[in-house]
Design a binder for this molecule. Sequence first.
Ligand code: BG6
Length: 296
Amino acid sequence: IVGSGPSSKVVATLPSGESVEVLLYGATVTSWKSNGGKTENLWLSEKAALDGSKAVRGGIPVVFPVFGPPPKSGHPTSSLPQHGFARTSRWEFLGKTTSEDTLDSNSVKLDFGLYTTGLSDEARKAWPLDFGLVYSVTLAKDSLQTVVNVRNEGEKNFEFQFLLHTYLKVKDISKVAITGLLGVTYIDKVLNATEHSQSDASVSITGEVDRVYAGIPQNTTSVVEDGTPRFDVVRDNLQDTVVWNPWIEKAKAMGDFAPDEGYKNMVCVEVGAVKGWQKLEKGEVFEGGQTIKSLV
Ligand code: BG6
């Protein structure tokens, strides 16, 4: 653990130079470098708050137990803030596991926990259910795996949504194509939440994009830059993926989004379970996550 107080983080490095940094606040991955430590794969705003004062703008914020604005009333998550409390709670560091098979298959796993007892009084009051989250971040030579394990620790059944709000770093958004979504139905939040079907083989980003692709049959969504594969995002037990880029006006309007032109260097590919609700009975466990492969 580096530092103390609200900005403390866990840093892990492989002998070959790759590294990952995770803030205890939100268990937010704020940096992932591959290619011997030379290539940063995650976009992080220059004005991201890293002191625990608000959710981090960039990296991989963890969204739980509700995605987006919660249902207006009548749902157990209705009093929670947008994207829930996981990204704004301080998680515990549970430890590090290193595996050293050969130099090339080295990996390091960092585990983080968030339990009912770790919530602010406000969050606890808004969602008075007993749960345990264990979040595992595994750094390997060319990939980063992030997996959550959700456990119902209480007597009552509960339901939740979960999403990994990954900000991928790209060189030039005008050359980016997102593939692996052909034929999938999506809700377009930019077009009054209307439903559409992905009819092109790739999604290019030429304006504000905010789409929730749901029930995706294939496991992998890829980011291609200038014709070259850049990232594979592989879903594990998660069927939905949000594609988001705020574009010019929305980027400017966000106080913690910097520089203004930063929208050209990022795209969010956010895997999750956000269509409907995941139900957990007493003692039950849900596990889901992603493996992101950096392909350059
Ligand atoms: C995306 C949503 O997941 O997150 C967008 O689909 C939202 O609608 C974006 O604007 C950022 O949310 P926030 O709360 O981090 O500003």
